[in-house]
Ligand binder design. Sequence first.
Ligand code: GDP
Length: 302
Amino acid sequence: EPKIEAGLRKSRRGIFRDIAALFERSEIDEELYEDLEALLIQADLGVETTVALLDNLRQRVRREGIKDPAEAREALRDEMVALLEEATRNRKVKIYQRGVPFVTLVVGVNGTGKTTTIAKLARYHQDQGRSVMLVAGDTFRAAAIDQLKVWGERLGVPVISHTPGADPGAVVFDGMQAAFNRGVDILLIDTAGRLHTKYNLMEELKKVRRVIQRHVPEAPQEVLLVIDATTGQNGLVQARMFTEAAGVTDIAIAKLDGTAKGGIAFAIARELGTPISYVGTGEKVTDLAEFDPETYVDALFF
Ligand code: GDP
């Protein structure tokens, strides 16, 4: 079973099966729209996105004179794909040059799957023949540094780290220097993700960014926000916060396999317009897939 399909198994067998079943009714009536609205909200699309999607569907059904519910289901599918594609179009083309580090700053709240996603990305780039280096930029948690080192060993990838409590800017500085000196293709930088009132995570991320840009003004080429699919609309709140403060360019949705509510992707795409680039579909290092709107929607419904 392909990865996106596997990641969405729970969603496909849960709420989205109920959604598909709505269209087995004999006619398209107000009750169908109401039931659809309730299920889409339940599937984590959020109220705004659900309302927008249903508006588009209603217009289309009217405009095209659709009478058959099965046809309305196809129209819904197309509208859902279009919604995801709109955000995907905002994705900048990635230019990977041999020997010139492409810098990815990975941000997100602790526990969302940031470290695992970094390991998966390292593996993804290795599979494409690119050399990778990791930077343990979350210097606050000793466990985060250790975990990254373990992944580095497993993957055969160097990890630049300092001792716990060190200045994140300093380790990132060293990481940039090492990556350029050794001519690695991909530099993946882990960052802190603790949300406490007194501690300003966003300021720290801005500082890290400045350190990177002191080396290379156009870096980081990618600021990847990791969102946990199982946290529902909370993920959207986090996404909004990080997008504003950290200049997020791409989103990775982790733990897609752990939820029956694969609808969060639509809420992110519509409300932030930030492209979703990757999805995490399991705990293994190979459980990462490039995001694709059509594959995603079809995996939800079929
Ligand atoms: P971090 O604190 O954000 O760095 O989070 P970790 O990378 O340590 O991940 C937290 C937990 O989520 C770990 O137990 C991971 O194995 C698990 N995890 C991460 N990504 C996925 C995923 O795509 N699917 C599943 N099922 N678990 C995941």
